[in-house]
Design a protein around this ligand. Structure first.
Ligand code: ARG
Length: 461
């Protein structure tokens, strides 16, 4: 069983079926740079504890550096016989520096503490990349909002016309949701910033290695407080998958709107040619594929999270090989978002909004009825009565095929003595929007203030 991490205890090598099942190099090879960083830190800890002479450490580090270069060049890849990235790189190190020195590195560590550390290092790096991509998307939404500060659109609840709102207010609403995803990533970092290295297989090591210095070397805040927890827990991976799924869901909600807005019936937006696709049969088609892919991929991100949670459920402590199943889903979530987010941001940044069409539809569906009711309340009519009076007004207008502002003075008076002609002053979409000027409201003054608070929030995360 040449080149394997074990053997002496076994009468023979693993069966080909087992090897095929057990193999993880086709996905864990991307952890190679982290594995080598872990090995360098571990070699230093071994030297500090007296298990490597100074010159041995130098040769070991030089060997690991050489492997890193060969991995980066694509020249060193896993062999068919390698089970995982850890074993493959140990074999490569032994080939590089000889069995005498290379065989010393494995002392005091296990693949169990290694893998638990490496997955954190990988996810931390990608959390930064994904975080930056989220900032770009929030910026693109803010820039579109900024370019349309006064545009008014129909605000909806239950997908029905509800009350007019500023387009900027609506776009910033998506920006706020994404800012919380960014905040989740930043907060997740605190829990990811722990090094299980030194925990060994589960119980720690007898060699007296300095786990804190290994953590420091790897840029992690501190070693795991409990070696069983360090090697056996994957909540940090699951939490990352949750944040990725939540980002996917927030993108999917924007997507659904872009898809609707882009229909002939809505006519609210036009997609840039560079961010839409055609049809192989229908020459006239221009499709919102980026939004559809985002909506579809949110399902995949949710699947990755639920698969991971299912793997963890009822898993006894400490390490179990089941834990190897954490990597493919979370790697997939990372890769999915890193491909999706730049395309999505490009789509948002290049959208053309048809603000006249939005403004035209904004008052439709009697969306100013609440304005009438609140106008009555300001004239000290109890809201219950105001609601009834306004309901009667809507009913009258609907039966007679009129908009609210088209109902004449006599008809108004016949519905209620409170409905004097001045009520028409609140029956404009501009007036309606401007009057919702409490904190968080859609009034232009409040929306103007949001640009700075959102930008501030994002920068300070
Ligand atoms: N490849 C494993 C994983 O991804 C780490 C190796 C631990 N294997 C073992 N037999 N203890 O979790």
């Amino acid at each position: 069983n040449e080149g394997s991490l074990w053997g002496a205890r076994f009468a023979g090598g693993p069966s080909p079926e087992l090897q095929r099942l057990s193999k993880s190099t086709h996905f864990d090879w991307q952890l190679a740079p982290y594995d080598l960083a872990g090995s360098r830190a571990h070699a230093r800890a071994l030297a500090a504890a007296g298990y490597l002479e100074a010159d041995e450490l130098d040769r070991m580090i030089a060997g690991l550096d050489a492997l890193e270069q060969r991995v980066a060049d694509g020249e060193l890849v896993a062999a068919d016989s390698d089970e995982d990235v850890h074993g493959a790189l140990e074999a490569a190190l032994i080939a590089e520096v000889g069995p005498e020195l290379g065989g010393k590195l494995r002392a005091g560590r296990s693949r169990n503490d290694q893998i638990a550390t490496l997955v954190r290092l990988y996810l931390k790096d990608h959390a930064i990349t994904i975080g930056r991509m989220l900032v770009h998307l929030i910026d693109a939404l803010s820039a579109q909002a900024d370019a349309h500060r006064t545009a008014i659109m129909p605000g909806r609840t239950h997908l029905q016309h509800a009350q007019p709102v500023l387009l900027a207010h609506h776009l910033l609403a998506h920006g706020w949701a994404l800012s919380r995803d960014l905040e989740r990533l930043v907060d997740w970092m605190k829990r990811a910033d722990v090094s299980p290295y030194g925990g060994g297989a589960l119980a720690g090591s007898t060699l007296g290695l300095d786990a804190a210095s290994v953590a420091r070397d790897l840029g992690l805040a501190h070693p795991a407080e409990n070696s069983i927890d360090g090697t056996a827990s994957r909540d940090v991976v699951a939490e990352f998958a949750f944040v990725a799924a939540m980002i996917g869901i927030d993108l999917s909600r924007i997507s659904e709107e872009v898809i609707l807005w882009n229909t002939r019936e809505f006519g609210f937006v036009t997609l840039d040619d560079a961010y839409s696709t055609g049809s192989s049969i229908m020459p006239q088609k221009k499709n919102p594929d980026i939004a559809e892919l985002a909506r579809g991929k949110s399902g995949r991100l949710i699947g990755n999270l639920s698969g991971l949670l299912s793997t963890l459920k009822a898993l006894p402590l400490a390490y179990n090989r089941d834990l190897q199943e954490d990597k493919e889903p979370v790697f997939d979530s990372v890769e999915t978002l890193e491909v999706l987010l730049p395309a999505f941001t490009g789509m948002v940044a290049s959208l053309t909004f048809h603000t006249e069409r939005m403004a035209e539809l904004a008052p439709a569906g009697y969306s100013l009825a609440t304005d009438v009711a609140e106008w009555l309340v300001k004239r000290r009519v109890p809201f219950r009565d105001a609601h009834e009076i306004t309901g009667a007004l809507v009913r009258y207008a609907e039966t007679n095929g009129l908009e609210l502002h088209e109902v004449d003075d006599d008809a108004l008076a016949s519905i209620s003595a409170h409905l004097v002609p001045e009520v028409r002053e609140v029956l404009t979409i501009e007036g309606s929007v401007a009057s919702r000027d409490g904190i968080g409201g859609t009034a232009p003054s409040r929306v103007d203030a949001q640009f700075a608070t959102l930008a501030d929030r994002v920068r300070h995360l």
